[in-house]
Design a protein around this ligand. Structure first.
Ligand code: A2P
Length: 275
């Protein structure tokens, strides 16, 4: 069965191909291009759609008989009236080569079920939450840093974002500007959330892979905080495969144990969308 919004959009825009049963057809509200590799977009949210901040959904386009769907972390918080996504552009990527061309008013398909491990439920209680991201891996954390529940569960939140160059860090920088000025949660997050951005290929005030910065102690020194400790801290990791592997090895070496929805523990990992 299609959602009400799917039926409405299908009638008014008459896509070239039928929309698969059970899939939401939503309208693009806005699109923002950051670099030739990164863009974000917002779509209408189906009224019936519920998700936990940090989860992902399957996104596609109504441009084929059998649309191609890819996993996309929802970057907006669960209270937002719209849904936001942060995407890479892959020139020959089956979905992103087309998705990067969307404009307001276009239709985006979304499967109705969200899922994922980067959720607060998969972590046991602690004082500090560290979110480690590279590239579009910041998306699920853009959702979580805007969710009041994150601050009910943790006293301090640190989001790290590492990209090749400074332009790629813009999404995170703007996210934090918006967070501070947000009437709903601005006051709540003040002094309790920190963005730690680094570049690896362009000269900037803070350079280096997050793995090296944690290992050589610069990360803690820069923030003036005590080192990562499984007694007090929880960690969420999202980015490229090799980064996930390296950070996982690093934090396991510090005594952190991986958790899941069914068995919450000290850290969780999810691969960012890549193709
Ligand atoms: P680097 O430039 O040294 O490869 P990408 O855009 O290729 O997805 O990379 C995003 C960021 O993730 C880059 O700054 C990249 O650094 C960094 N990165 C890639 N692999 C790792 C890894 N194994 N550990 C830590 N950071 C990584």
């Amino acid at each position: 069965m299609q959602s009400a919004s799917a039926v409405k959009t299908q009638e008014s825009e008459a896509p070239r191909f039928p929309i698969p049963a059970g899939v939401h057809a939503e309208t693009v509200v806005s699109v923002k291009h950051y670099t030739d590799r990164l863009f974000s977009f917002r779509i209408t949210r189906p009224q019936s759609f519920r998700f936990r901040s940090g989860e992902f959904v399957m996104i596609g386009l109504p441009n084929a008989e059998k649309p191609i769907f890819r996993a996309y972390s929802i970057a907006s918080p669960s209270w937002d009236e719209e849904l936001e996504f942060f995407s890479i552009k892959v020139p020959d990527g089956p979905l992103t080569s087309q998705l990067q061309k969307i404009v307001p008013g276009d239709t985006v398909l979304m499967r109705p079920k969200s899922t994922g491990t980067l959720v607060l439920d998969a972590l046991t209680p602690a004082k500090r939450l560290f979110m480690i991201s590279t590239g579009t891996g910041i998306a699920p954390f853009a959702s979580l840093v805007r969710d009041p529940e994150t601050y009910e569960k943790f006293d301090q939140v640190v989001l790290t974002h590492t990209c090749r160059d400074q332009a790629e860090l813009t999404y995170g920088v703007e996210l934090f500007e918006g967070l501070r000025n947000d009437p709903l949660i601005g006051e709540l997050v003040e002094d309790r959330v920190t963005l730690y951005s680094t570049t690896t290929r362009e000269e900037s005030s803070r350079m280096g892979r997050i793995t090296r910065l944690i290992e050589d102690g610069r990360f803690h020194a820069d923030l003036g905080i005590s080192p990562l400790d499984p007694e007090r801290d929880r960690i969420m990791i999202c980015g490229s495969m090799s980064m996930l592997q390296d950070v996982k090895t690093l934090v396991e070496g510090l005594g952190f144990v991986e958790g899941s929805n069914s068995e919450p523990n000290a850290f969780v990992v999810e691969r960012a969308f890549v193709g």
